[in-house]
Write a protein that binds this ligand. Structure first.
Ligand code: BV8
Length: 247
């Protein structure tokens, strides 16, 4: 893949790179993207219909079991070359901040040290009644497990549709836009708000936006560079092209 020399120069001169990621970054780890059709026993459900507080209130067993199925998928997944290339970038650029919509924890497992999880983390257990964080080993055998403090139903520590994003995460992500020299937008359909507005904010702040996606999205038009391809293929090539000595 050919990369514009000015893109490679901008990468090498960058002091702070922001990387906004979506489910496409984990696709090559074998984790279905959010808009992939669900498979197996979940084929008859839409993710958007299960990832809501209403669904959990109405049918906590089904929602908990859906997350248990996804956790199993993610537990067996490994960071892919896209996650690894982003972690490697930290050794080549003074500051790299990953702002992710993903809940799988794979950026941290790959070694990225500055990760903002806009939509929470599937590995966290929260009591839906008192908000207590519950360690896995404290989980009761009920489905869903019950809070050891108040007996409330335990839910995954993710942001559901209709729920506000964590204020601290959103604030940090907004601040990053003001200091980053470059803004990558990788593996996201840019359909879910308010996260999808971040690339537009970055552009409005005058930051060059670099889009990496095998398919076109609405953010192609605000991108200074559109790298059409899979993140696990494009990112390692881009890092190697900018820093040949790093491979
Ligand atoms: C909120 C956690 C308000 C759960 C998720 C305008 C403003 C504000 C809100 C809204 C608005 N319009 C609509 C809303 C409501 C809603 C929303 O956006 N709905 C959508 C469906 C229209 N937003 C919300 O409800 C948000 N909350 O606004 O609250 C509020 C304020 C105050 C007080 C109370 C309430 C909360 C949204 C968070 C929902 N939770 N996840 C879980 O995971 O179970 S979102 C979910 O979608 C995932 O996090 C996922 O990451 C995210 C976005 O999807 P993508 O990551 O983009 O994945 P997708 O499958 O769509 O696309 C994959 C892409 O990868 C594709 O482009 C594909 O081409 C590409 N790809 C594939 N393979 C590869 C690849 N790319 C690179 N390499 C590859 N190999």
């Amino acid at each position: 893949m050919h990369f514009a020399p000015e893109l490679l120069d901008q990468l090498r001169q960058a002091r702070h790179i922001a990387v906004f990621t979506g489910a496409g970054v984990s696709a090559e780890s074998g984790i279905p993207t959010f808009r992939d059709a669900q498979t197996g026993l979940w084929a008859r459900f839409r993710a958007e219909d299960l990832a809501t507080p209403e669904a959990f209130r109405r049918d906590p067993v089904t929602v908990w079991n859906w997350y248990a199925w996804r956790r199993e998928l993610m537990r067996n997944a490994r960071p892919n070359p896209a996650h690894d290339a982003l972690a490697r970038l930290e050794r080549l650029v003074p500051r790299v901040t990953v702002i992710t919509q993903n809940v799988d924890g794979l950026h941290a497992r790959a070694g990225s040290s500055d990760v903002i999880e806009l939509h929470g983390n599937i590995w966290h257990n929260l009591c839906s009644a008192c908000g207590k964080c519950v360690m896995d080993e404290q989980l009761s055998n009920d489905t869903p497990p019950l809070c050891p403090d108040c007996g409330g139903r335990i839910r995954p520590g993710v942001v559901w549709f209709g729920e506000a994003l964590p204020v601290a995460a959103w604030t940090r992500a907004s601040e990053v836009l003001e200091t980053a020299d470059l803004f990558f937008c990788i593996g996201t359909s840019s359909l879910v708000e308010p996260a999808a507005s971040l690339p537009r904010y970055a552009r409005a702040c005058g930051r060059p936006v670099i889009q990496i996606n095998p398919e076109a999205t609405s953010h192609d038009e605000i991108a200074q560079y559109v790298l059409r391809g899979k993140a696990g293929e494009v990112l390692p090539m881009l890092v190697a092209a900018a820093w040949p000595q790093s491979v």
